[in-house]
Design a protein around this ligand. Structure first.
Ligand code: F3S
Length: 773
């Protein structure tokens, strides 16, 4: 790639301590009898707090052992872990940390107007975040500076690094050959307080890439295709580690797109060996010292898998065979090759009309993506075409926005009718003011990463399809879902036929990046200013200090005490797909992220009750009062809380899939939920539940799901043994039905010793606080 490096950053706090990591890895190799290691293992094991302890059982680690890790960095989106960190009462963060204001900016008219409006309407939240950042020495990326993952890739990510981010698409930084893991705020607090962060050692799936992407196929199509193969559960408990010649002919930002959407298959994270494109990207983004240090680490074998490293599974993909792919609607794993998409739409008898085309977001707003779409726009303009539907573009960062503008990309898009939105999440997270489409069935195409129902515009009738930015852009000119830009032509006003040529992009700008507006950049690694007052108005409807949750067992030291939970009432049995969006909806609710009482009003409001099949309906069986026996889910949960009635929830497979949204765990806990029994859990959400003092239990026999329903009472049996250290103890649930019938149901669990300590203390933060004092 040709590029110019226009500036150099202070790299002191962003270069991984390679010498130390490599030295630790040498010790670990001995512990593991010098067996060949995957790249993911090298990065994870070199960040162990105490390798001798974690790797004690030598042989089988992946999928079995719990690793106590020391991440190097934390990134937080908006109000996420700050309130919990404050309750730990420490003067500063133990690792470099950043805050990114990106999720609260609404897309309506265009970048400047939207940003100004959002700054006014979210002022108290941004003021709180800024003051907390100043007090604890955190880098603060203010609204308009960009989307967390793009900023991390441009500024903080480095090969071989281990970092945590409070957003499920944190793995985006894997494009720079590191392990970046999406977690809930409570996990981030571990790293911020210097407490080892625990992860069950993931399995490692090798994705062997051969061949070369051609024509219209892009890295996005690779991951859309793979999502179709693996499904939304296929990556659970696993790292996707790509290798082979096909890794080396892709841009660093293209790899970041692939890593970003590993979240869609539930993968812990995704990574790649260090490549020349990564080096070029580091150089072009002002990080020559990091590139040099990485070159040196790579020469010692640290930044790629060992020869003959063994994977738990290997998936073969020949990039030369890939064609553009469109995924959706409503789930990212419903993959249809572009050549079959028109027939798919017809077969389903959907309308062929496209209602909007959206590009950008954290997933696809690299310079390469933007120059490719600009080329399509240019071709269309020359043919006399303009976009047939609203065409919206969200740049990922101020640096991308400014570079696009300088290089004429923005004007190429605007010339054909595009609206450039603020550098923020906007329509990707439901912050899209789309009043004209309220409740109307319609179809949109986006280059984003996630497409659960209602995600983009809050309209459950919007069918949302995912595709590469180039396909989205080309289809904006046709306005039809059935249009295939590879094979079809468009009729011009002149009557002539016009066909797009496959676009080429530039991975890096020939003149280098321009950082844009300097006021968007925080000073690196700031010192904490302990006299800063963190701004929270006690009357605020947006922010509320967190009150610690009560402990479940105060007396666990008394050897003879029973450690079973009080009888729990079942609130409801949730049917089918229940993502974190179903548990805690986004869109207009995001403004209450800092206020647990207010945001809890959205608990499970789009979940389906398996008893009756209704959405947002729960029952208050057996309670004799004037209150109606059925009401909304939050109303019934609130009633249980007011009666001090602890409760349980029954859930289906992959409960809590989707994002790292920890409100999906905080809210049920806030209302008194103590146990969730599911056919299976999504990883991040399961951990979030554990962190907040909710016990996740798995049905040993999935058929038992149907045997517990709302109003049933549950008594745990065997929890005492588990807490007392019998890791293989089986926790059974004694179920009492309303007619007095009782029976027991066996469950399984994934609770480690530490996690049981969190549970007993009522939450992880309660436990950390007790250990620090
Ligand atoms: Fe934001 Fe959407 Fe990415 S919400 S962080 S742009 S996935």
């Amino acid at each position: 790639a040709t590029h110019a490096q226009t500036y150099e950053k202070d790299c002191s706090s962003i270069t991984p301590p390679y010498a130390q990591l490599i030295e630790k890895l040498e010790r670990i190799r001995e512990l593991l009898n010098n067996r060949p290691l995957t790249l993911a293992e090298k990065i994870l094991y070199s960040h162990l707090k105490d390798p001798e302890k974690s790797l004690a059982n030598g042989g089988k680690i992946r999928g079995e052992s719990y690793l106590q890790l020391m991440p190097e960095r934390v990134a937080m989106q908006d109000a996420s872990a700050q309130l919990q960190f404050m309750s730990a009462d420490l003067p500063r963060c133990a690792v470099p940390t950043s805050i990114h204001c990106d999720h609260l900016i609404q897309a309506s008219e265009g970048a400047d107007a939207d940003l100004q409006k959002s700054i006014v309407s979210n002022k108290e939240v941004f003021d709180f975040l800024e003051s907390a950042a100043r007090k604890y020495g955190i880098e603060f990326w203010k609204p308009g500076s960009g989307i967390i993952h793009q900023i991390v890739l441009e500024n903080y990510a480095a090969p071989g690094m281990l970092m945590l981010g409070t957003d499920s698409h944190t793995p985006n930084a894997g494009g720079l050959g590191m392990l970046a893991i999406g977690v809930g705020g409570a996990d981030a607090v571990d790293a911020m307080t210097g407490t080892p962060w625990e992860l069950k050692a993931p399995q490692v799936v090798g994705v062997h890439l051969t061949g070369q992407l051609n024509g219209w196929a892009t890295p996005k199509d690779l991951i859309l295709h793979l999502a179709g193969k693996l499904t939304v559960r296929g990556g659970t408990g696993r790292v996707l580690e790509y290798f082979g010649p096909g890794v080396f002919n892709q841009s660093c930002t293209g790899l970041a797109t692939v890593a970003n959407m590993g979240a869609e298959v539930g993968a812990t994270t995704s990574t790649f060996p260090y490549t020349p494109s990564m080096r070029a990207y580091l150089m072009a983004t002002g990080r020559a010292p990091v590139a040099r240090a990485a070159d040196n680490a790579a020469s010692k074998g640290f930044l790629s898998a060992d020869e003959k490293a063994e994977y738990d599974e290997v998936i073969e993909i020949n990039l030369s065979d890939l064609e553009p792919t469109i995924n959706g609607p409503f789930t990212p794993d419903l993959a249809t090759p572009l050549s079959k998409f028109g027939a798919f739409v017809e077969e389903k008898q959907w309308s062929d009309e496209l209602s909007a085309a959206l590009i950008g977001s954290c997933t696809n707003s690299s310079y390469e993506d933007m120059t490719r779409v600009a080329e399509i726009a240019q071709q269309a303009k020359e043919a006399g075409l303009t976009a047939k539907v609203p065409f919206l573009c969200t740049p990922g960062s101020e640096q991308i926005r400014a570079t696009m503008e300088r290089d004429g990309v923005t004007s190429s898009l605007q010339d054909v009718g595009a609206t450039v939105l603020a550098n923020a999440c906007g329509p990707c997270i439901g912050q899209w003011k789309r009043d004209d489409m309220k409740g109307k069935p319609n179809a949109i195409l986006t280059s984003f990463n996630r497409n659960f129902r209602s995600r983009n515009d809050g309209n459950a009738s919007t069918m949302n399809f995912l595709a590469s930015p180039t396909i989205v852009t080309a289809m904006a000119f046709a306005g039809k879902l059935s249009f295939n830009p590879i094979s079809d032509s468009l009729k011009l006003p002149s009557g002539k036929e016009f066909k797009f040529s496959p676009p080429k992009g530039q991975d890096l700008p020939a003149q280098g990046f321009t950082p844009g507006n300097a006021s968007f950049y925080p000073s690196p690694n700031p010192e904490p200013q302990s006299d800063t007052e963190v701004m929270i108005d006690p009357e605020s409807q947006r922010l509320e200090l967190l009150k610690p949750f009560p402990s479940h067992f105060d007396q666990i030291s008394a050897k003879d005490s029973e450690l079973e939970l009080p009888p729990l009432k079942v609130l409801m049995r949730v049917r089918g797909k229940c993502t974190t969006d179903h548990i805690s909806a986004a869109g207009p609710w995001l403004k209450y992220k800092g206020h647990l009482t207010n945001i809890s009003e959205n608990l499970l409001i789009t979940a389906v009750n398996d008893e009756g099949g209704d959405v947002n309906v729960a029952f208050d069986h057996g309670h004799t009062s004037s209150q109606t026996p059925s009401d909304t889910i939050p109303t019934i949960a609130k009633r249980f809380k007011s009666r001090d009635q602890p409760w349980a929830l029954i859930a289906d497979d992959n409960y809590g899939e989707g994002s790292a949204r920890e409100h999906a765990a905080l809210q049920p806990r806030f209302y008194g939920c103590t146990v969730i029994v599911a056919r299976s859990f999504a990883r991040i959400h399961e951990t979030n539940l554990k962190k907040q003092g909710v016990l996740p239990l798995w049905f040993a026999d999935k058929a038992d799901y149907a045997r517990i329903g709302s109003g049933d009472m549950i008594q745990t049996v065997g929890l005492t043994d588990l807490i007392r250290g019998k890791q293989d103890a089986v926790v059974r649930l004694q179920v009492t039905k309303s007619d007095g019938e009782t029976y027991e149901i066996p469950t399984q669990h994934t609770m480690s010793v530490d996690q049981l300590n969190w549970f007993c203390a009522g939450s992880a933060i309660n436990y950390i606080r007790s250990q620090l004092s």
